[in-house]
Design a binder for this molecule. Sequence first.
Ligand code: SAH
Ligand code: SF4
Length: 352
Amino acid sequence: METPTAKINLYNLDFEALTELVQELDQPPYRARQIWDWLYKKFVHTFDEMTNLPAGLRKTLAEKATLTELQPRFIEKSQDGFTKKVLFSLQDGKLIETVLMRYDKRNTICVSSQAGCAMGCVFCATGQMGFQRHLTTGEIINQITYFAHELAKEDSRITNVVMMGMGEPLHNYDNTLAAVDRMIDETGINLGSRKITISTVGLVPAIRRYADEKRQTPLAVSLHAATDRERDALIPVNRRWPIKEIIAACRYYIDQTGRRLTFEWALIRGENDTVEQAEKLGEILQGMLCHVNLIPLNPTKGYGGRPSDPARVQAFIDTLREYGVSATVRVRRGIDIQAGCGQLRDRIVSND
Ligand code: SAH
Ligand code: SF4
């Protein structure tokens, strides 16, 4: 799906389509490779920087094409300086968020796949705003190139990508996976496929499709509850694909790929952090090639739930261990800048 923009975003084109464009402009095919390098190795912001192209071609490209559809609208850094969040506006004015998290040896970027989200999870700021539209492949890639350009200035690079920003990546399957393919393309960004994690709320047919494609990019499934009663209340789409079907699809994924699966679990005080929920989860996951990522709930405007206290978190981990299920707590980065999905937009829009 294209955004209503008169110019072609070059990042929407794969190499074949770029070659066709170059031919339409009466240029020799090798120009496509030159442009590709500027796009995916140098991450330039302007056509003028493409110094090995003839001036005429640079001018034509600038008239017909664009190198980004994202305008940074608001930038916020965490107090420790390790997390940076950018709110971008798209050509049609929709807003999305991207976060860069710096660790010792890693630079992880958290990327959005949609403006808004149709899944309506009650605790999620993006879910609370509803669905606006899918992002194009170019709009997904532009989030990467924005930060890659910045990091390149300090001789650094993006090492990991998590598709955990706004939106449900598997609801926008084709554009998201085309963007992932672009990220791992060895002639371009060249990220290892294992460095890109796709997080899904549990869209069963899409998980099965992903498994059939035998992709090596790790998958994380946001479970958050071990009984349908509890999960229905948190994640409306659970009524369509209940836990049993999700787990069957997860087992299918593990069989097809041989890969360990991650389950995400945002711990909400008194809701899903009880020993009973941990026991039920242990029963479900026992013997499965998986790991549980526990995330303390990030409070959002539209939901009254609170994060669990540390004793509850530890009890939860201990209970899972009794079932042989490994679990760790993921420390949320950038809480002071609303780095949780959809939260910066929430604040900016309500201040407008
Ligand atoms: N739509 C996908 C990916 C984006 S959300 C998904 O749901 O998996 C990325 C992760 O953040 C998911 O595990 C999601 O459940 C979690 N999340 C969303 N809002 C949160 C909040 N307020 N506190 C903690 N985790 C949250
Ligand atoms: Fe969408 Fe994921 Fe938020 Fe649920 S948690 S509303 S699926 S972005």
